[in-house]
Design a protein around this ligand. Sequence first.
Ligand code: KIV
Length: 271
Amino acid sequence: MTNKKQYKRVTVKSLVEMKAANEKISMLTAYDYTMAKIVDGAGIDVILVGDSASNVMAGHETTLPITLDQMIYHASSVVRAIDRALVVVDLPFGTYQSDSKEALRSAIRIMKESGGHAVKLEGGKEIKDSIKKILNAGIPVMGHLGLTPQSIYKFGTYTVRAKEEEEAKQLLKDAKMLERIGCFAVVLEKIPAKLAKEVAESVSIPVIGIGAGADVDGQVLVLHDMIGMTHEFNPRFLRRYMNLYETMTNSIGQYVSDVKSSDFPNAEEQY
Ligand code: KIV
């Protein structure tokens, strides 16, 4: 029997309580109304309107091209669908790095125009002022450390981050700083499981991992990857729960053949 608290609506406070109660946090991306309705109805704790929409929805090679207006469009579609989950929205590349005033303006637009509940920003000490400015306006912030895809051209590859001691130390420092200034949670992407465990044990805010092992406070995956709609992206950390790519391809193939052969529509499927 579990004594887990039931949350009618998940808030940033609920997530901190979940960590304190040793309850793992579930998080998935969604970018549109229909998918968000399914994800929320299935009981997810957090929906991330990730800038991975740039790849998944728009077909760009990186997350860099997506705009603030496009993120607001995706986020407002998601917000209209949800009854329970906390909705976190990524601030896209170029909307918070130049100065803290611009960062605040971008975060305010997300909150006002999409109805999202919190924002996520990639980076540590280099964006501390921007995060503080947003937090001072009463907007909850989720941090994101490790592999930060908006900096892909600095890294050069999507390989595991913070394997070297110096980078690992800085990551731990950054996580503590994010906690200290008031972030409610932090995502750790593609770092060694041992380091992720150390971070999760060193901060009281929830640590959500993607490719960061099991010893963190929650997990996040890109929805289209975990349901197998995408099929070319196969990192070790990804567990596919379905093969929708195959199911859809076969179903659509069947439809094409039914139309061509005049099998569809039949007598019952018409007026
Ligand atoms: O944009 C995104 O989907 C993300 C997750 C991979 C954490 O930031």
